[in-house]
Design a protein around this ligand. Structure first.
Ligand SMILES: O=c1nc[nH]c2c1ncn2[C@H]1C[C@H](O)[C@@H](COP(=O)(O)OP(=O)(O)OP(=O)(O)O)O1
Ligand SMILES: [Mg+2]
Length: 197
């Protein structure tokens, strides 16, 4: 099976990518398999910068085509926070602590003002091509408590109005159909024939 290398060490993201790439006939491979000891510092100030950093670093190391994902949650009432710092908002990659911090900061904020979006920048880098990026979003509303057990990160507190459910109440396929990551991958898929020729 053809492989697609994703420059991530996030198991939740890897599952999202599997739901999106397996139907296309690709096996998803992550840094756990190809570069478990590599640490890539996310020093950028935008999702795009960090995605490019991760894709180019791993692609150079492997000499292969690599896709990276930098993503996060932007809450309107918090001026776009946690944004690019989503993974490190309350603790280093502590999803539960991050959720508690967002809910605390939004205490007393009425539903109409709890609008937010998930953002996903994807970068694709390879030996014989210029790095290319796409951006996807997904609009939602921050709940006042957690709902559902699927997904990862902020999914339990992210309500998707068009489906009437929290992101963590969706199957991986349902999430992929409407998510920031799914939307970004569909944009990338449109461009891929031009990029690789
Ligand atoms: O679909 C999602 N559903 C819920 N939460 C999400 C999603 N997508 C991103 N997020 C949150 C998780 C993490 O707090 C941050 C990503 O941070 P980000 O640096 O891109 O990923 P990461 O450090 O976990 O893994 P890696 O850099 O190895 O790909 O945004
Ligand atoms: Mg990261």
């Amino acid at each position: 099976m053809q492989q697609v290398v994703i420059a991530t060490k996030n198991k939740g993201k890897a599952k999202d990518f599997e739901a999106l790439f397996t139907p296309l006939g690709f096996e998803v491979v992550t840094m756990f398999e190809v570069a478990p000891d590599m640490e890539i510092k996310e020093t950028g100030t935008t999702f795009e910068e960090n995605a490019i950093l991760k894709a180019e670093t791993l692609s150079s190391a492997l000499g292969k085509l690599v896709i990276a994902d930098d993503s996060g949650l932007a809450v309107d009432a918090l001026g776009g926070e946690p944004g690019v710092y989503s993974a490190r908002y309350a603790g280093d990659h502590d999803d539960e602590a991050n959720i508690v911090k967002v809910l605390e900061k939004l205490e007393g904020v009425p539903e109409a003002k709890r609008t937010a979006r998930f953002c996903c920048a994807l970068a694709i880098a390879g030996p014989n091509m210029e790095t290319f990026t796409v951006f996807g979003t997904c609009e939602g509303v921050i709940l006042t408590e957690k709902r559902g057990t699927n997904g990862f990160g902020y999914d339990p507190i992210f309500y998707v109005p068009e489906l009437g459910r929290a992101m963590a109440e969706l199957t991986p396929e349902e999430k992929g159909a409407i998510s920031h990551r799914g939307n970004a991958i569909r944009k990338l898929a449109e461009e891929l024939p031009n990029l690789l020729k």
